[in-house]
Design a protein around this ligand. Structure first.
Ligand code: HEM
Length: 409
C-alpha cells in the first residue's frame, strides 16, 4: 500500500493513464476501498466492491447528497439543470429518462439505428482506403463517425461548419456530473449544458410540428402515451443522450484502435479471424475505454471492507480498477482478444447501467471492422505524435496519428 498523502494522490491522479492504473493496482493489493487525502473521497478499486456498490441502495448518484455539493449558478441552470432526467429520486427510482427512452426504442427504431451506424461508418471509412502517410484516425474517422451517428439517431444534426465546436460543447456538458472541478471548469460545463439544451429545444419544437425519422420524434410520440413528459423533459433527455454519447464512443473507439496497434499480435489475430470481433469488443472495452472513475455519494452510512462510510461522502468507483482486477481478469494488463471479458464494468451496473451500451458496442465493432479493411498491414502507430487534451483522470486522446506508409509508385 503506498504511503498516501495529498501530494502523492494528486501527482498520481494527474499523471498519465498507465501511472493511474498502476497506482490503483498498488492500492488494491491491500485495500478494496481507501480514503484519498486531498481529494477527500473513497476510492473503490476492486471489481467485487465496485460491482456491489453500483447496486447498493445506500449509495446514490444524486450529487445533492454530497457534503460539498454546490448548486449550479450559471444563468439558465434553474430551468435546465435543477432536475436531471437520469437522476433517481425516491419518488421515481427508475427515472423519467430511462422510461422515455425504453418507450421510444421500438424494434423498428433499433433496426434503423444499426443501419445508420453501418452507413455512417462506411461513409467515413471510404476516403481512407487509398490514403498513405500519417493519418489522424481520431480526427478523420472515429470523431466525425461517432458524432454523426449520435446526431443522426437522435435527430440532432452536427451543423457542418460547427461540427467540432458542437462536439466540444457536448464534451464540456458531460462534466456537469463531475463532483471535483475548478470554478472555471464548473461554469464552462454548466454553460455548455444550457447552450446544448437551448439548441435542442429549437429542434424539439420543430419536430412537434413536423416529425422526422429520429429519436426526438419517437420520444415526443412516447411522451404523449404511457409516459407523460413536457417539452423541457424531452429536451433534457436528448441533451443527456447527446452529452453522454458523443465523446465516450469516440474515445473508446480511438482507444480500441490504439490498443490494437500497440499489440500487433492481437491485431494479426483479428485480421486472421474477423469472427472474433463481436466478443473481442468486450475485451477492447475492458482493456481501455478511457473511463477511470464514476462518482457516487453515501446516502446512508455503511461499512465496506472494515471502513465506516459517512452520509454525504464521495465515493469514486474505479471502472479502470475493476476492469484490471486480477481476481477476475488474470494477467489484467495484457490485451487478450480471446478472453471472456463480459464481466467488465465499462458501462457501469444496475439502475444506471449505460443506456447507450448497445449503440456504443455496435459503433466500436463496425469502426474496428472498417479499420481492419482500410489500414495497410504495415500501418504503425505514431505514439510520439499523440496529443492529450489534458493529463490525469480526465485526460483524453486529442488525435490518433497512424502511419499508413509511403505513397505508392
Ligand atoms: C463506449 C462508450 C460509452 C461508455 C464507456 C459509456 C459509459 C457509461 C457508464 C459507465 C455509465 C454509468 C454511469 C453511472 O453509473 O453513473 C453510463 C451511463 C449512461 N450512458 Fe453511456 N457510455 C458510452 C456510450 C453511450 C452512448 C453512445 C450513449 C447514448 C446514445 C450513452 C448514454 C448514457 C446515458 C443516458 C447514461 C445514464 C444512464 C442512467 O443514469 O440511467 N452512453 N455510460
Amino acid at each position: 500500500m503506498p504511503d498516501l498523502d495529498a501530494a502523492r494522490v494528486a501527482a498520481f491522479l494527474s499523471g498519465p493513464m498507465e501511472d493511474i492504473a498502476s497506482f490503483i493496482a498498488e492500492i488494491r493489493e491491500d485495500h478494496a476501498i481507501c480514503w484519498l487525502p486531498g481529494i477527500d473521497a473513497w476510492l473503490v478499486s476492486s471489481h467485487e466492491h465496485a460491482r456491489v456498490l453500483f447496486t447498493d441502495p445506500r449509495v446514490t448518484s444524486d450529487a445533492r447528497v454530497y457534503e460539498h455539493y454546490r448548486a449550479p449558478t450559471e444563468p439558465g441552470t434553474e430551468r435546465w439543470l435543477a432536475e436531471m432526467p437520469f437522476r433517481s429520486v425516491a419518488s421515481d427510482p427508475e427515472t423519467l429518462g430511462r422510461r422515455l427512452v425504453s418507450a421510444a426504442l421500438t424494434p423498428r427504431g433499433i433496426a434503423r439505428i444499426e443501419d445508420r451506424i453501418r452507413d455512417t461508418v462506411e461513409r467515413f471509412a471510404a476516403p481512407l482506403q487509398r490514403r498513405r502517410g500519417v493519418v489522424d484516425l481520431l480526427g478523420e474517422f472515429t470523431a466525425p463517425a461517432t458524432a454523426t451517428v449520435i446526431g443522426s439517431i437522435l435527430g440532432v444534426p452536427p451543423r457542418r461548419e460547427k461540427e467540432e465546436q458542437f462536439r466540444m460543447r457536448a464534451r464540456k456538458a458531460t462534466r456537469v456530473i463531475q463532483p471535483i472541478m475548478s470554478d472555471r471548469q464548473r461554469s464552462k460545463s454548466e454553460r455548455a449544458w444550457v447552450e446544448l439544451c437551448e439548441y435542442i429545444l429549437d429542434l424539439v419544437e420543430e419536430r412537434r410540428l413536423e416529425p422526422h425519422d429520429d429519436l426526438i420524434s419517437d420520444l415526443l410520440r412516447a411522451s404523449h402515451a404511457a409516459t407523460p413528459a413536457s417539452t423541457d423533459d424531452v429536451v433534457k433527455v436528448i441533451t443527456g443522450l447527446v452529452s453522454a454519447g458523443t465523446g465516450t464512443a469516440n474515445i473508446a473507439a480511438a482507444r480500441a484502435l490504439r490498443a490494437l496497434l500497440q499489440n500487433p499480435d492481437q491485431l494479426e489475430l483479428l485480421r486472421g479471424d474477423p469472427f472474433l470481433l463481436p466478443e473481442a469488443v468486450n475485451e477492447l472495452l475492458r482493456y481501455d475505454a478511457g473511463i477511470v472513475l464514476m462518482p457516487r455519494y453515501v446516502a446512508e452510512p455503511l461499512e465496506v471492507d472494515g471502513e465506516e462510510l459517512r452520509r454525504g461522502q464521495l465515493l469514486l468507483i474505479s471502472v479502470l480498477g475493476a476492469n484490471r482486477d486480477p481476481a477476475v481478469f488474470p494477467d489484467p494488463d495484457r490485451l487478450d482478444l480471446t478472453r471472456d471479458a463480459k464481466d467488465g464494468l465499462t458501462f457501469g451496473r444496475g439502475a444506471h447501467y449505460c443506456i447507450g451500451s448497445n449503440i456504443a458496442r455496435t459503433q466500436i465493432r463496425l469502426i474496428v471492422e472498417a479499420a481492419l479493411e482500410f489500414m495497410p498491414p504495415g500501418a504503425r502507430l505514431r505514439e510520439d505524435q499523440i496529443r492529450w487534451t489534458e493529463k490525469g483522470v480526465l485526460s483524453q486522446l486529442a488525435n490518433l496519428p497512424v502511419d499508413f506508409g509511403a505513397p505508392r509508385g
